[in-house]
Design a binder for this molecule. Sequence first.
Ligand SMILES: [Zn+2]
Length: 61
Amino acid sequence: MVSILGNLRCPICRETFKRQDKVVLDIINKVIHWECYYTCTERELFPIQRRMVASEDNRDV
Ligand SMILES: [Zn+2]
């Protein structure tokens, strides 16, 4: 699996992902910070496919 570290930015806060950040993967394969996903109210978001930690192995949490 491709690492999301350093390659992607969160579409909500525009920050890159750091190791151990909690993230969600939505059904269109966008990675978003867990916190941003749940605090974002200005836009409609896609449902979550997976929740994971942004470490090298992208493990589920
Ligand atoms: Zn974010």
